[in-house]
Design a protein around this ligand. Structure first.
Ligand SMILES: *[C@@H]1O[C@H](CO)[C@@H](O)[C@H](O)[C@H]1NC(C)=O
Ligand SMILES: *[C@@H]1O[C@H](CO)[C@@H](O)[C@H](O)[C@H]1NC(C)=O
Ligand SMILES: *[C@@H]1O[C@H](CO)[C@@H](O)[C@H](O)[C@H]1NC(C)=O
Ligand SMILES: [Cu+2]
Length: 196
């Protein structure tokens, strides 16, 4: 009996393994949520990033009044020093959607004098090697109810276009897992009957 239990456990582990290799859907994060990108009431964007997991393929959206703010992607030193004169990228539309294409830190500040020093800065740490499928489009944010399961393999390589293929819907994932579980149970019975 102990041997059978071990076998069942192994098969269940395999099912979980396959389930995890199905990429989860990309998420869209609005920086600051409903508060947006601002200096009013000194939002703490470090606190905002806590409890969030950013993955390659996810997007962040900066929403702000473009008369008063902008978004600069900067290097770490410029993030720390609030230096606005060597931006890696500049965004000024007031509704900037940025796809997180690489793992590691992505530093953003507002370039308007004083704003970064007042806390309008955010360090987005993107998980290593945990790519998700691309969001359908920034205008159609993926459901936050989507399970956030990461693939089991770790890789420091940026995802290729194939790994950014559309993710199966939650329904498809459910169907797949049901199929897997049915397969596992059937296999277990077969194993028990043959008694091998
Ligand atoms: C922002 O929040 C983080 C995490 O809660 C905290 O460590 C940090 O001191 C806060 N910063 C400010 C300026 O309050
Ligand atoms: C950077 O700061 C200077 C003042 O120090 C300001 O005139 C300029 O507009 C800022 N640049 C950006 C891109 O916000
Ligand atoms: C930003 O753009 C998206 C579509 O790209 C739209 O759904 C959203 O309402 C816009 N937000 C603001 C504050 O304009
Ligand atoms: Cu600003």
């Amino acid at each position: 009996m102990a041997v059978s239990s071990a076998r069942v456990g192994l098969l269940l582990a395999l099912a979980v393994f396959f389930w995890q290799s199905i990429p989860s859907a990309a998420k869209v994060f609005t920086v600051g949520d409903s508060i947006g990108w601002t200096v009013l009431n000194s939002p703490n964007y470090t606190a905002w990033t806590f409890s969030k997991t950013f993955r390659v393929g996810d997007s962040i959206v900066f929403e702000y009044n473009k008369q008063f703010h902008n978004v600069l992607e900067v290097k770490k030193a410029d993030y720390t020093a609030c230096n606005n004169d060597s931006a890696l990228a500049t965004y000024t539309t007031g509704n900037d959607s940025i796809i997180l294409k690489t793992a590691g830190h992505h530093y953003y500040i507002c370039g308007v004098p004083g704003h970064c020093l007042a806390g309008q800065k955010v360090d987005i740490l993107v998980d290593k090697g945990k790519a998700v499928a691309l969001a359908p489009s920034p205008s159609a944010p993926s459901s936050s109810a989507a399970p956030s399961i990461s693939p089991p393999f770790s890789s420091s390589n940026p995802p290729t276009s194939s790994s950014l293929a559309h993710a199966p819907s939650v329904g498809a994932r459910l169907m797949l897992s049901v199929t897997l579980v049915v397969g596992v149970v059937t296999t277990c019975f077969a194993v028990l009957l043959v008694g091998f």
